[in-house]
Design a protein around this ligand. Structure first.
Ligand code: OSB
Ligand code: MG
Length: 369
């Protein structure tokens, strides 16, 4: 593939509802899009950085800077044999995986379209329908949370993830479990605890929670291994895992029993698949995380989730939970059984609404070979 043109865009989008985690609340969501063309076909990717350096150190501002000044110059005008070769082109750039993933995933879409094959098949996926869960932010009250869970269950979602933080944990989990005795329930702490809080997790151990996601520090695996020894509920790592090698080490020391894979966090499809393979080889199930994506990032998540070891429902849910109007057509839709079907069309398998993208754009830059 000759990389003839790369276009970066920053979109200003607004979430239908604010999303609150242990590190704050978001409603204005800027989206970094990357469009890459070989002259005949175009591929699209999304960089999923947030407005502030709270989930990770990246922000949409740093992602723009790193893409424009470092990542794009490594790729523009190059003959790239296949999308999987992206990593070798940007080998010298440390970190900034969300920025890299914006372009990396665009190359996978492009290659899928050139080969006229759906991305999920091209990645080697087998799941024609993926199981969906939802991630529900911290709510103003327990009653609002219970009502929201009820709505999502009626929509068909197969697993409910709630956000927990000190003071919004044991009692919340107890009440949710009392109201919904049989649902698949999990809690995501986004690193809000330390090992000193082990008793909080021991108390929550009673409520048949599928997993606690990233309870401890975002760079830690040692303390997670210690916590896992002391509790029954599986620990799932999110923030701590940036590569297949991170996954190998975490599994080796017993820091987790499940891993959440996010394209942005690991730098794109190639590494996401490597994390998946590493986990599969150690009998560790994975699921696909979400970063409040627009339809483009969402479509990439749907395709990734087709790989066999994505055996747990992910945070990949319908466009309409986030956006009044999504930037792809059709929007990502979830069936009454809580599943998303794979597209039969080439690449990400959705039509990109370029006119809407143009209206939402706050800045753009084009690089031509
Ligand atoms: O920790 O999984 C997370 C959103 C932003 C940053 C981090 C996380 C999340 C979510 C939302 O949980 C998942 C989604 O619905 O896209
Ligand atoms: Mg998480």
């Amino acid at each position: 593939m000759f990389i003839k043109q790369i276009e970066m865009r920053e979109l200003r989008m607004r979430l239908l509802h604010p999303f609150e985690t242990s590190f704050g609340s978001t409603q204005d969501r800027h989206v970094i899009l990357v469009k890459v063309t070989d002259g005949a076909h175009a591929g699209w990717g999304e960089g999923t950085a947030a407005g502030g350096p709270f989930y990770s150190y990246e922000t949409w501002e740093t992602a723009w800077h790193v893409l424009r000044d470092f990542v794009v110059p490594c790729v523009i005008g190059r003959e790239v044999r296949e999308a999987g070769d992206f990593g070798s082109l940007v080998r010298g750039i440390r970190g900034h995986n969300m920025a890299k993933a914006g372009l990396e995933t665009a190359l996978w879409d492009l290659e899928g379209r050139i080969r006229n094959i759906p991305l999920w098949k091209f990645l080697g996926g087998a799941r024609e329908r993926i199981d969906c869960g939802v991630s529900i932010g911290i709510q103003p009250s327990i009653d609002k949370l219970l009502a929201k869970i009820d709505t999502e269950l009626q929509e068909g979602y197969r697993r409910i993830k709630i956000k927990i933080k000190p003071g919004w944990d044991v009692e919340i989990v107890r009440q949710v479990r009392a109201a919904f005795p049989n649902i698949r329930l999990m809690g995501d702490a986004n690193s809000a605890y330390t090992l000193a809080d082990v008793d909080v997790f021991k108390k929550m151990d009673r409520y048949n929670v599928m997993m606690f996601e990233q309870p401890l520090h975002h760079e830690d695996i040692i303390d997670h291994a210690e916590l896992q020894k002391q509790i029954e509920t599986p620990i799932c790592l999110d923030e701590s895992i940036h590569s297949a090698d991170d996954a190998r080490k975490a599994i080796k020391i017993g820091a987790c029993k499940i891993i959440n894979v996010k394209l942005g966090r690991v730098g794109g499809h190639r590494e996401a698949r490597a994390v998946h393979d590493m986990c599969r080889d150690h009998a560790i199930p994975v699921w696909c995380g979400g970063m409040l994506e627009s339809g483009i990032g969402r479509a990439h998540n749907v395709a990734l989730s087709s790989l066999e070891n994505f055996s747990l429902p992910g945070d990949v849910s319908a466009s309409k939970r986030y956006w009044l109007e999504d930037i792809i057509e059709p929007p990502v839709q979830v069936s009454g059984e809580g599943q998303i079907g794979q597209s039969a069309r080439a690449g990400i398998g959705y039509t990109v609404k370029e006119d809407l993208i143009e209206r939402l754009t706050v800045r753009s830059q084009v690089f031509t070979a």
